[in-house]
Design a protein. Sequence first.
Lengths: 62, 228
Amino acid sequence: MTFLDTIPQLFFAIPLVIAFSFVYQGTRSEKMPIIFRHSLRTMVSLTILMAVILAFLEWVSP
Amino acid sequence: MTRIYLDNCWLQSFLMVNKSNRPEGAVYSLHLCLKIMTETTDPKQQISKVKPIEAFDAGSLRNPFLAAIFAWLVPGLGHWYQGRKAKAILFFCCITSIFLFGCYMGSDREYGVARVVYICWKKGETRLFFIPQAFIGSAAIPAWLQKSRVEQGSKPLWGGFMAPPNTGGALLPEGNPTYNAMIAKMARYYELGTLFTVISGFMNILVIFDAISGPVIEAESKKETDKQ
């Protein structure tokens, strides 16, 4: 059993959300403080969106 | 009376902010206007509160074509070449770490490293995931070499690094696993590794476009300012 086996599958989304937020906002601005501030907002938005989708899938699954 | 006053404020601030006719510009303007309306009710204050958007001159970018090639080769290298070093470091760290983590998850002690990044165009076993993975640039180049070796029946190099599995039930090259064997052994890490490497490739597409034409909103804003 490796270290990765101990991590719940849902947690693998965290690095993806963080990296995507930085890269996406990095392509929409040139100043670092703005990029960091907007990235934080994107992270929260993405997490909420994914939580809603997860809740919906849980609800429809038998 | 209040309604007319509010409508007038909204219209003025909307016209001031919405300089472009594009739909996303209108949505952004609406967002800004609603934000202003919630903060104050005086029209003059509302308009003065509209913050100018950060300006960026896309024409000042150093050789966008060459920067795009650099950005494809190594994520962030195009920005480094253009002197946008902070963004270069940010892009390199984010994209490379996700790609390497994906490669790590798609590795196996028996089968080799990064088995989720490979090329296979054979009918029925086409690996379409390689299309976004190829945008990661130089890191995906070994997959081309391994593909030609495995197709000729030669043993893959470097312990199977980025080598395609044996297709169509072929037994050669010896020791190289089939697709089904890899799926069975790696289980969820095969899917996760594929997902991570694919997303890092997609992110590098955004970075390549940023190296060519600069940031999205600022470039749009500058164009509109020039027109006026």
